[in-house]
Design a protein around this ligand. Structure first.
Ligand SMILES: Nc1ncnc2c1ncn2[C@@H]1O[C@H](COP(=O)(O)OP(=O)(O)OP(=O)(O)O)[C@@H](O)[C@H]1O
Ligand SMILES: [Mg+2]
Length: 275
């Protein structure tokens, strides 16, 4: 299998008459392999970020199953208890199972799955995964969303990953105590999301660099977080902007189109796969 990129241009004379055309094919197989490698690294990095949230989500149901199992011996003859135990155990095991499925889907490379996504649901899951990230900080999370669903065409898992990366930055920007606010609204054909924190803020000099892969000001950061976010928003044909005042806080604005244009094909400029 070979990947070719094709570039075409037309030549005109001074009089505006078409005199010829040129098409250049370049072999981009190696470039694509490199890109795959970067995507793999990004996936692993964000899996690491999510690990704390995931561990917490698995631990909770395990604790309730264990508590009930410990009581089972002495309460074995209590019919109500037995029924409660069996329904709880099944529910909690299902919860862990669904989570493990999610992780497998996330860890495996896969194409974008376009579906109807409710941004309100995405925000809700993001907050659930975010809460265990700061056991020793006092952070209030404010959610401000309209009562009706905010449906867009998109990939729910990727969008959750994007919002989580942004929110984790906010948590990390807050030293001990603070507020993170997640707002979402629909206007015309756009869903607008704004995530603000009253954390340390970003120095003017580095504001232009934060979307670069591997740019980090943190001792333990990989600097991939926001580059992954930018890629996901780009895949959704959306836009992202960051406002920040050092010492005051940061707001990340994300805009996502409600619909994706179908059959987006590049006619003259594109990458062809010859199999
Ligand atoms: N909410 C925020 N408040 C303050 N600084 C921020 C915020 N969001 C991003 N930054 C700055 O942008 C840099 C890049 O962020 P990014 O998420 O890409 O990488 P990281 O958080 O350093 O590492 P990683 O996300 O890979 O763990 C951060 O190191 C930080 O300096
Ligand atoms: Mg980050």
């Amino acid at each position: 299998e070979l990947s070719l990129s094709a570039n075409a241009s037309l030549f005109y004379s001074k009089e505006g008459e078409l005199t010829g055309a040129q098409m250049i094919f370049s072999d981009v197989t190696h470039l694509e392999e490199l890109e795959e490698g970067i995507k793999r690294a990004e996936r692993l990095a964000s899996l690491g970020v999510m690990a704390t949230g995931i561990a917490h989500e698995i631990k909770n149901p395990l604790v309730s199953i264990k508590t009930f199992a410990q009581l089972l011996q002495e309460k074995y003859n209590d019919k109500d208890f037995r029924e409660q135990f069996s329904s709880l155990a099944i529910k909690e095991v299902d919860r862990i199972n669904a989570l493990v499925e999610d992780i497998l889907v996330f860890a495996k490379p896969r194409g974008i799955v376009w579906e109807d996504v409710d941004i309100k649901e995405v925000i809700k899951t993001t907050i659930v995964l975010l809460l265990p990230q700061f056991p020793d900080k006092k952070i209030e999370i404010k959610e401000s969303v309209p009562s009706e669903p905010l449906i867009i065409k998109g990939d729910a898992d990727r969008l959750k990953q994007a919002l989580l990366n942004v929110c984790i930055n906010s948590v990390q920007a807050i030293d001990r105590e603070g507020v993170i606010e997640v707002k979402a609204e629909k206007e015309d054909d756009m869903v607008r999301i704004a995530i603000s924190d009253n954390g340390c803020g970003i120095k003017k000099e580095v504001l232009g660099k934060i979307f670069e892969p591997f740019f980090t000001t943190k001792g333990k950061g990989t600097g991939l977080g926001l580059s992954i976010v930018a890629r996901i928003i780009d895949e959704h044909k959306g836009s992202i902007k960051v406002d920040s005042v050092e010492g005051k806080g940061t707001t990340v604005f994300v805009e996502l189109p409600v619909r994706q244009k179908e059959n987006q094909t590049d006619e003259l400029f594109g990458t062809y796969n010859r199999k």
